[in-house]
Design a protein. Structure first.
Length: 273
């Protein structure tokens, strides 16, 4: 069944995340003729993709009517300038779906018509390959059909979890929103450690990268918990056990990651004002 949001979808911001999500929607059968993209600084790659797909980019919005969905995929610092011109397009029946970091539902509601249906979502960059994870929270004006439309759009680029407490979004940002960077840094750290152990730099990086890629795929395909998968690799008294004794010891990986996530959550709160 093709993806259908019940009318026009207006994508505001066609950068990496917005462009990646749109590609996912089009793959699922969203009618390109019902999509309008606004981005005066659209990257060349995104602009070319839009042209190939037949999506209108930066048209005159006069006569557009009220979109069924407005997706905000813009930088949070541009919100104050971007939303007021869109307010005239957002009326009863329009869902505003935001993937802006740091901006709350209240921030958006203050610049939109009263009783606008708003869903705030926090995806992450693996959405670009259809393997993202998004956490979404609706305001009280979101109807069941609108929530279903938002869910379908977000699932086009990965998994989705819904929460009712917007206060959780800063923690979500710290764990999954910023999380890919932690994993990439782990690859860097493993490669550096491999060099220190005597491996050539290029081989150390290939091993570290392939190991994390493979472990992630195994975790994705398996029904077993991360703890069970770890135990499956760990022979008593073996090399993995020796390494885990360090990683799980005092000052090891768990407290280090906890401090990192706490710092990211604290910064997310600062950015959201």
């Amino acid at each position: 069944m093709s993806l259908d949001v019940g009318g026009t979808l207006l994508l505001v911001g066609a950068g990496k995340m917005g462009g990646a999500m749109l590609e996912g929607w089009l793959r699922l059968g969203l009618d390109a003729s019902k999509v309008v993209a606004l981005d005066p600084r659209a990257p060349t790659e995104s602009a070319a993709m839009l042209e190939r797909a037949g999506v209108r980019l930066n048209p005159d919005l006069t006569g557009l009517g009220r979109p069924a969905v407005i997706v905000l995929a813009i930088k949070p610092q541009t919100m104050a300038a971007a939303l007021p011109p869109l307010a005239a397009l957002a009326g009863e029946g329009t869902l505003v779906l935001s993937i802006m970091a740091g901006k709350t539902i209240a921030d958006m509601a203050a610049l939109l018509p009263p009783a606008t249906a708003i869903v705030r979502a926090m995806p992450n960059t693996p959405a670009a390959v259809g393997r993202g994870i998004t956490v979404a929270v609706p305001n009280d004006h979101v109807r069941d059909a609108q929530r279903q439309a938002a869910d379908a759009l977000l699932r086009a680029v990965g998994k989705v979890d819904w929460v009712s407490d917007e206060g959780l979004i800063d923690a979500v940002t710290a764990v999954s929103g910023s999380g890919p960077a932690y994993v990439f840094h782990l690859v860097e750290a493993m490669a550096t450690a491999g060099e220190a152990a005597g491996l050539p730099a290029d081989l150390a990086m290939r091993l570290a990268r392939a190991t994390v890629e493979g472990a992630g795929e195994l975790l994705f395909r398996s029904d077993q918990t991360a703890a069970t998968l770890r135990e499956n690799v760990t022979s008593p008294g073996g090399t993995t056990a020796a390494a885990l004794e360090v990683l799980r010891g005092e000052g090891g990986l768990t407290p280090l990651v906890s401090r990192a996530v706490a710092a990211a959550k604290r910064r997310a709160g600062e950015l959201s004002g």
